[in-house]
Design a binder for this molecule. Structure first.
Ligand code: NAI
Length: 251
């Protein structure tokens, strides 16, 4: 695998302050990429004093904030080569949620991806084509889980956007793919989101892990490796693909 191919590339990552997003950022730093991180939370301590990193507090559900973030990236790094819309929320639903919660889930998980994907598209066009998007979807976006209708339908929309944009933008040399971490009632990658949702069924944790054919939940770094593959040259002929990273759960 050509691991040098992201060296010097400008990659934007949302939800990069923790979990899978932070896992992606860590790998990109190791690969000597220039990384623009956006998150609704403040910059985590480990991302202070990193060269080639810019950090912005951004709410991805706000088009204006995403637009201004992109402008700041171009001002600092001159261009954008890749975008990872990864920010998402997955509050436990357990039934029909309030309209407010439904709208919030869609605002972050779907509109957030829409805002980042379309803003990146216009920037890629300005640069003369090319560019890559790797979106974090979810196993729940491929096979729904009872009790999580809002989250699962939002992630189905993310899968749909990935495939539709891949078709629409292929002629411009823009690749669009997604990584789907495992999800069953709760997330199955060890992150803050997963720990939060795991509190709902503390007694069932072993059972959830044993449902995964590989017998354990995943690590953010393992999902990040799948993202890095799709970002890089090694995946140059891959577009519209949903790479499931779930220890075999969806098999
Ligand atoms: P996490 O909670 O550890 O990280 C999510 C990050 O997104 C946080 O840093 C949070 O501050 C940020 N964020 C939330 N709302 C935001 C907003 N409006 N604007 C900007 N940033 C915002 O969660 P995790 O697990 O790393 O999730 C990352 C992605 O992976 C999400 O899209 C999630 O749906 C997806 N996923 C995670 C699974 C898991 O097992 N952890 C399973 C399936 C999908």
């Amino acid at each position: 695998m050509d691991l040098d191919n992201l060296q010097g590339k400008v990659i934007a990552v949302t939800g990069g302050a923790s979990g899978i997003g932070l896992g992606i950022v860590r790998k990109l730093i190791l690969l000597n990429a220039k990384v623009a991180v956006a998150d609704i939370s403040q910059r985590p301590a480990e991302l202070h004093d990193c060269p080639h990193i810019m950090y912005d507090v951004v709410d991805v559900s706000s088009r204006r904030q995403v637009h201004e973030w992109m402008q700041r990236i171009v001002l600092k790094f001159g261009r954008i080569d890749g975008m990872c819309p990864n920010a998402g929320i997955s509050p436990y639903e357990g039934g029909i949620v309030s309209d407010e919660l439904y709208q919030r889930i869609f605002a972050v998980c779907v509109t957030g991806v829409w805002n980042c994907g379309t803003e990146a598209y216009w920037q890629f066009k300005k640069q003369g084509g090319g560019g890559v998007l790797v979106i974090t979807s979810s196993g729940g976006g491929l096979r729904p889980v009872a009790g999580l209708a809002a989250y699962c339908s939002a992630k189905h929309a993310v899968v749909g956007l990935t495939r539709a944009w891949a078709l629409e933008w292929a002629q411009e040399g823009i690749r669009v793919n997604s990584v789907a971490p495992g999800h069953f009632i709760q997330g199955l990658t060890e992150t803050a989101m997963q720990k939060e949702t795991a509190k709902t069924f503390p007694e069932a944790q072993e059972r959830f892990s044993s449902m995964v054919p590989m017998g354990r939940i995943g690590k953010p770094s393992e999902v990040a490796d799948a993202v890095i593959f799709l970002l890089g040259k090694t995946a140059s002929y891959v577009t519209g693909h949903i790479l499931v990273c779930d220890g075999g759960l969806l098999n």
